[in-house]
Design a protein. Structure first.
Lengths: 138, 138
DNA sequence: TTTTAAATAGTAATGGTTCTCATTCTTATC
DNA sequence: GATAAGAATGAGAACCATTACTATTTAAAA
């Protein structure tokens, strides 16, 4: 049976305090300040277990590090192509994929993984600045 | 400038011959039969370069290994949650995400990453068989 | 030809994640 | 309360996909 140990409580708290979407090692750094003897393995093990118990959401997405989310409500994310930052995204209309996948392949579809890609405001500003300087140096 | 070296040609050919969605090491095994002295680093480097030149598509998706696709037309994939196999998927209607993301976050959206999750026919069969046996043993 | 830039093979290094195992905590049972 | 059984922990090793490094080879440009 599942025990909500002290370590797990602290992990949940710190995941909440981190402005969401933390990686295992970010959580590790945070938790270590409160529980200096905790090990990285414990963080990984518990993030996994908490996810399998539906207490947190695993954002097992593309390239690089896995991230975790305490926000269990249905929502999607944008990933900055430049710095990799992940942010929640608000959709104008709810998405539905029901009946979208054609039948013949015989798969039983049970979900989708969707994330948006783009440039965050900060990286956009830096890139535009860079472009202007390039133009000036010609 | 970009050179279509012999190694690169063979990599492209083998990626085409592999029933699509091959991983770097699958390509490596295939190419090695024709070019025994090729190194895995060359495979990785060239898959990356070929992708950046738009000759192939990088499927930089969740958990596990990166995959590559010679099919450059817009299409999506289903991943089997059990065995991890990746298959092309045919949609009943084209997808459009234009204007779907609400403005205020200031991101400049340039794309989406989407994959479907489910059980492939084979794994579905095995699971159902397993379930029947479980029931029988009770 | 000579020069210069790219690409390659081979191998070491990285880094996120998982595994192992001895030890410590909890909870259930006597 | 003592004890037994199961979970969870900490520490570190192991794993493995991917990258980085470097001496050498290859091909294009001058």
């Amino acid at each position: 049976m599942f025990r909500l140990t002290h370590q797990r409580k602290v992990i949940l708290e710190e995941l909440r305090l981190a402005h969401s979407h933390a990686t295992a090692d970010e959580i590790y750094e945070r938790v270590k300040k409160r529980l200096p003897r905790i090990s990285l393995g414990t963080i990984y093990r518990n993030l996994e277990i908490l996810a399998s118990h539906g207490r947190i959401r695993k954002l097992d997405f593309a390239g690089g590090q896995r991230r975790f989310d305490i926000n269990l409500t249905e929502h999607y994310h944008v990933r900055c192509l430049n710095c990799g930052k992940l942010k929640d995204v608000v959709l104008q209309a709810p998405l539905s994929f029901d009946g979208l996948v054609a039948g013949p392949n015989g798969y039983e579809i049970s979900g989708v993984r969707l994330e948006f890609l783009g440039l965050c405001p900060e990286c956009k500003a830096v890139k535009q600045k860079g472009a202007r300087e390039d133009a000036g140096n010609k």
